[in-house]
Design a protein around this ligand. Structure first.
Ligand code: HEC
Length: 105
């Protein structure tokens, strides 16, 4: 029984590992975000939110909301105004792929 369960687990682990997305290349505009969100998505001050491990779709939605004015913040609204939809997706994919607790500087 225990052996059978262990065999099932061992078989499941490679399948899970293959399902992980490879880390994307650093996006072109990542340097814009570094001062506040870090390369690894860990906020550099108490008011800068961590983005590491956040859902990519949620981040794209927030960036679009900053750009449209639906969500307002002095700094993020200005920054998002200069991002294309492709930038938003690339940056969100990057931060979503970073470990939530940091550790990938
Ligand atoms: C000058 C500092 C600064 C820079 C540069 C900056 N951000 Fe932000 N960002 C913030 C702050 C502060 C907030 C929180 C806004 C609020 O309080 O509503 C935020 C919020 C966000 C959010 C929403 C997070 C959430 O949990 O809702 C996303 C996504 C985001 N930033 C992405 C980016 C990206 C991508 C870049 C680079 C293109 C960037 N930011 C550059 C300071 C910055």
């Amino acid at each position: 029984m225990i052996l059978a369960a262990a065999g099932t687990l061992a078989a499941a682990v490679p399948a899970f590992a293959q399902a992980q997305q490879p880390a994307p290349d650093p996006p072109a505009k990542l340097s814009t975000c570094l001062p506040c969100h870090g390369r690894d998505g860990i906020g550099t001050s108490p008011l800068n939110p961590n983005l590491a491990g956040q859902k990519a779709l949620y981040m794209v939605k927030q960036l679009k909301a900053f750009k449209s004015g639906e969500r307002r913040h002095d700094q993020m609204s200005l920054i998002a105004a200069d991002l294309t939809a492709e930038d938003m997706e690339a940056l969100s994919d990057w931060y979503a792929a970073q470990p939530a607790g940091g550790g990938n500087p």
